[in-house]
Design a protein around this ligand. Structure first.
Ligand code: CP
Ligand code: NVA
Length: 322
């Protein structure tokens, strides 16, 4: 008999076509409306979702666990002290065993290869809850947030400016922007290089018919010129704690402030985004807690992004219904 096709996994925004990304953002918007109206669909009833987290999490854990409950399923949170996630047992064996008992795995790992390995051995969908390379559910929530502010049909030609580290959040944000024809300008200190493989992927995503593009600078002012939205993230991601002192020195001058936006010539009504958790060094309180800031809307939207993701990949076997 012909081999059954394996499940569809969601490891990065690169796994979605532009059309599917739009559909997922729309689905997240519908999920938000349904939750606000007190309606929920028990489409995961009787199903267990294993959430394997080898790093701390507030938003991803709560949004995913909450999303499974909204969908009528049972989330099983498995922290790094609870199970053998690459410790005492291979990822291959762990994945075989968990996928024989759960309907999906949502995993937060260090090296991206770990989630690739989990997916490779799994008979159920695997969803990336953050790896060192990508953070796809964050990017869905970010696109929902941007769509709420500007309108889903008005995204083309917007300009996002990222000021800070080159990391997992930036990579999936860049892929999402490219697929939606949003321009993105990135400013990182010298020596912090945008991964060339991801950069190539991002460039390939832009629609040739539009002028939208990604541009990389080492001067924060250059990146924020004409920006609609300024985005940053921590300068010290989980796992980089030992580099903290060096990084604080290297990123000196990269804090997002009103002054930076004014000096660099951001749009007058620019907005601010951050995936959180936030430290004071990368963005001033004046910006973070200002009316420009979308950070708490963005954090709440993680719930609706998680519901849409689980519906698409776990309930509908990877079919993303627009
Ligand atoms: N933004 C985000 O993923 O936050 P957590 O690390 O708290 O899940
Ligand atoms: N870049 C951060 C994101 C946390 C949500 C990290 O990897 O720690």
């Amino acid at each position: 008999p012909a081999a059954r096709p394996g499940p569809r996994h969601f490891l990065s925004i690169a796994d979605l076509s532009a059309h599917e990304l739009v559909a997922l953002v729309r689905a997240a918007q519908r999920a938000k409306d349904a939750v606000k109206a007190g309606n929920s669909v028990a489409s995961l009833a009787g199903k267990t979702v294993a959430m394997m987290f080898s790093k701390r999490s507030t938003r991803t854990r709560i949004s995913t666990e909450g999303a499974v409950v909204h969908l009528g399923g049972h989330p099983m949170f498995l922290g790094k002290e609870d199970i053998q996630l690459g410790v005492n047992e291979s990822l291959f064996d762990t994945s075989k065993v968990i996928s024989s008992m759960a309907s999906a795995m949502v995993a937060r790992v260090g090296p991206h290869q770990d989630i690739v390995d989990l997916a490779g051995a799994s008979s159920v969908p695997v969803i990336n809850a953050l790896s060192n390379a990508y953070h796809p559910m964050q990017a869905i929530a970010d696109m929902l947030t941007i769509a709420e502010v500007y309108g889903l049909s008005n995204l083309k030609g917007l300009k996002v400016a990222w000021v800070g580290d080159v990391n997992n959040v930036l990579y999936d944000l860049s892929l999402a922007c490219a697929k939606l024809d949003i321009n993105i300008s990135v400013a990182t200190p010298m020596g912090y290089t945008f991964d060339p493989t991801v950069l190539k992927l991002v460039r390939q995503c832009y629609n040739d018919l539009t002028a939208a593009a990604i541009n990389i600078f080492h001067e924060p002012e250059a990146a924020v010129e004409n920006a609609d939205i300024i985005v940053t993230d921590t300068w010290v991601s989980m796992g980089q704690e030992e580099e903290k002192l060096q990084r604080l020195k290297d990123f000196d001058g990269f804090q997002v402030t009103d002054e930076l936006a004014t000096n660099g010539g951001a749009k007058r009504d620019w907005r601010f985004m951050h995936c959180l958790p936030r430290k004071l060094e990368e963005v001033s309180d004046d910006v973070f807690y200002s009316p420009r800031s979308l950070v708490f809307q963005e954090a709440e939207n993680r719930l609706y992004a998680a519901i849409a993701t689980l519906e698409a990949f776990v309930v509908n076997n990877g079919k993303i219904l627009g």
